[in-house]
Design a protein around this ligand. Structure first.
Ligand SMILES: NC(=O)c1ccc[n+]([C@@H]2O[C@H](COP(=O)([O-])OP(=O)(O)OC[C@H]3O[C@@H](n4cnc5c(N)ncnc54)[C@H](O)[C@@H]3O)[C@@H](O)[C@H]2O)c1
Ligand SMILES: O=P(O)(O)OC[C@H](O)CO
Length: 333
């Protein structure tokens, strides 16, 4: 039986632990709070993040990072992106030397503009061939109710990607392999920023043409950044690109989309933060994605607009006017 450690017992860490357990793995689920770990072990549910969902046998919760790490063939990381460095610094010495590190996170580190796999390589001292990423249209609540979804497992070493694929393939979860780690991570991180933009537009009742335009131009700017960073263009037409973008921009289950909708309806940033009780990565990562765009000299007008609205207090109507009056140009180029 494959032993897997999952660090982070929020919505996605728990839902992916369910996938792994359903696929036959023995999973230890680490979380910070003892009362939640105890509730998971005694009730077989995660009342805080997936209320009402019965967890499969094969998941054991703990607050002890060393217990989670013991004999783990795979180590899955699912904490908010901006906390990864600090957390992994504490966990890294506990991890088995051969463990495959798997990022579920969809953010870019503030300040360094590093992708999560880069932070993992740096902090855990892990070679690229031992670091993988899972990304795709995977809304945690849908997966936790075992509704069908596909996803991408990416690793520079295809044999490692295939090992990961094998341990999380179930009747309702279909992972595809990819070796384009950069493209998969960017697809996941930038779609959160575009979902904020679409949410804002939905909150303003701008209509479906506006939504489709934002999704399409959002994918164009994501691809532009990806190509400048060495990613494969095909990745952005796949599950970790278009797939995740469409799911996140269309679903009321998306925290990023909901965050944007509240802003578009006229809530202030502070009011929106106050009603958001889960991680909406795009709120911070829009700043680091824009940082990446500048470092690679890539134009990302939608990301820039989201940063303006969320962090510089620009009114959505003013931002809309600015976007629509940008100089006319060719669609491709
Ligand atoms: N929820 C989804 O549908 C989904 C799907 C795919 C990917 N993701 C990505 O997975 C990652 C985790 O998201 P989530 O949905 O599980 O978030 P969440 O808000 O549901 O859970 C976050 C977890 O991290 C813990 N946490 C918060 N701050 C922490 C800290 N400083 N140190 C340690 N633990 C801390 C919380 O207690 C919680 O257990 C994000 O990068 C997100 O973009 C989420
Ligand atoms: O709820 P969100 O906005 O973090 O999106 C969840 C997943 O990333 C969708 O694939």
């Amino acid at each position: 039986m494959t032993r897997v450690a999952v660090y982070g017992n929020g919505s996605w860490g728990t839902a992916y632990a369910m996938v792994l357990a359903d696929a036959g793995c023995e999973v230890t689920l680490w979380g910070r709070r003892s009362e939640l770990a105890e509730a998971i072990n005694t009730t077989g549910t995660n009342p805080d993040y997936l209320p009402g969902v019965r967890l499969p046998a094969g998941i054991r919760a703990t607050t002890d990072p060393a217990e989670a790490a013991r004999d783990a063939e795979f180590t899955v990381l699912s904490v908010p992106s901006q906390t990864l460095r600090e957390n992994l610094t504490r966990w890294a010495p506990l991890l088995p030397g051969s463990t495959v590190l798997v990022s579920l996170m969809k953010g870019v580190e503030l300040g360094t503009a590093k992708r999560m796999s880069e932070v993992i390589e740096e902090v855990a001292g892990a070679e690229r061939e031992r670091v993988a990423v899972l990304s795709g249209p995977n809304l945690a609540k849908e997966i936790a109710s075992r509704r069908p979804a596909a996803s991408v497992v990416a690793c520079r070493d295809e044999t490692v990607a295939r090992r990961l694929q094998k341990i999380c393939h179930t009747a309702y979860f279909r992972p595809y392999t990819n070796t384009d780690v950069v493209g998969c991570e960017l697809g996941g991180a930038v779609k959160n920023v575009i979902a904020l933009a679409v949410g804002i537009a939905d909150g303003m009742r701008l209509g479906d043409n506006a939504k489709a335009s934002l999704i399409t131009r959002g994918l164009a700017e994501t691809t532009r950044l990806g190509l400048a960073m060495g990613a494969d263009a095909h990745t952005f037409a796949g599950l970790a690109g278009m797939g995740d973008l469409v799911a996140t921009c269309s679903s009321p289950l998306s925290r990023n989309h909901t965050f944007g909708t509240n802003l578009g309806r006229g809530m202030t940033l502070e009011e929106t933060i106050a009603v958001t009780d889960q991680t909406a990565e795009g709120v911070k990562s829009c700043v680091s994605v824009l940082d990446l765009a500048r470092r690679h000299d890539v134009e990302m007008p939608l990301t820039e607009t989201v940063v303006g609205i969320v962090h510089r207090g620009i009114h959505p109507l003013v931002a809309l006017k600015e976007l629509m009056s940008r100089s006319a140009k060719a669609e491709h180029g």
